[in-house]
Design a protein around this ligand. Structure first.
Ligand SMILES: CC(C)(COP(=O)(O)OP(=O)(O)OC[C@H]1O[C@@H](n2cnc3c(N)ncnc32)[C@H](O)[C@@H]1OP(=O)(O)O)[C@@H](O)C(=O)NCCC(=O)NCCS
Length: 161
């Protein structure tokens, strides 16, 4: 595991960082993963909701949220990953915390953040729990037959709520 040294910073992704995010995605998840064109589309559509953790010019983690047009108070945390070389060093927690703290400024109407997670992903579930997420549903075939996912929701207390 790589040592965590140097200053971390958090904020919206830059266009020139999208290839590094796609490489991180491939390293962090088994296939199928989001392709680089998805990251470009997310960058075009929701630039303020697509954040990375950086150290120097290295991308160590990313998260993407997507708005719900039918309910402006809800935001979906669509994807979240830390580079496997630096997992377990507090980077995921720090990125999620930084994003959630900034959320009332980014999306003042949003009062709920929701996501789905693999029930066997203990690290992710603990991290989400620490940030106020609770299980609100479970779908046995969320992405197809036998692809079970838990739905987790957190109240975020938006600025205009
Ligand atoms: C899940 C993930 C985002 C966590 O990020 P991370 O930087 O590794 O986690 P952190 O070091 O910030 O740890 C945050 C918390 O997560 C939990 N955690 C982290 N690693 C863990 C592990 N191996 N086992 C159990 N809990 C763990 C702990 O609660 C930890 O907080 P604590 O140390 O105060 O107890 C990261 O491991 C990852 O990218 N995994 C692969 C992709 C993925 O599963 N993404 C989530 C999809 S829903």
């Amino acid at each position: 595991m790589a040592e965590l040294s140097g200053e971390l910073s958090f904020g919206p992704v830059l266009k020139q960082e999208l290839a590094a995010v796609a490489a991180l995605e491939e390293a962090a998840f088994p296939p199928p993963v989001y392709p680089v064109f998805f990251f470009r589309q997310a960058y075009d559509l929701w630039p303020q909701l697509f954040w990375v953790a950086r150290r120097g010019d290295e991308i160590l983690a990313y998260l993407i949220c997507g708005p719900e047009l039918s309910n402006r108070q809800r935001l979906s945390l669509m994807s979240f990953a830390v580079d496997p070389k630096t997992q377990g060093q507090g980077i995921g927690k720090a990125l999620l915390q930084a994003f959630m703290q900034q959320l009332p400024e980014i999306a003042p109407d949003v009062s709920q953040l929701w996501l789905t997670a693999d029930p066997d992903n203990a690290a992710a579930l603990r991290l989400y729990q620490q940030h106020g997420f609770v299980q609100t549903a479970e779908e046995p075939d969320y992405y197809g037959s036998g692809y079970r996912r838990l739905v987790l929701t957190a109240q975020t207390g938006g600025k205009n709520c």
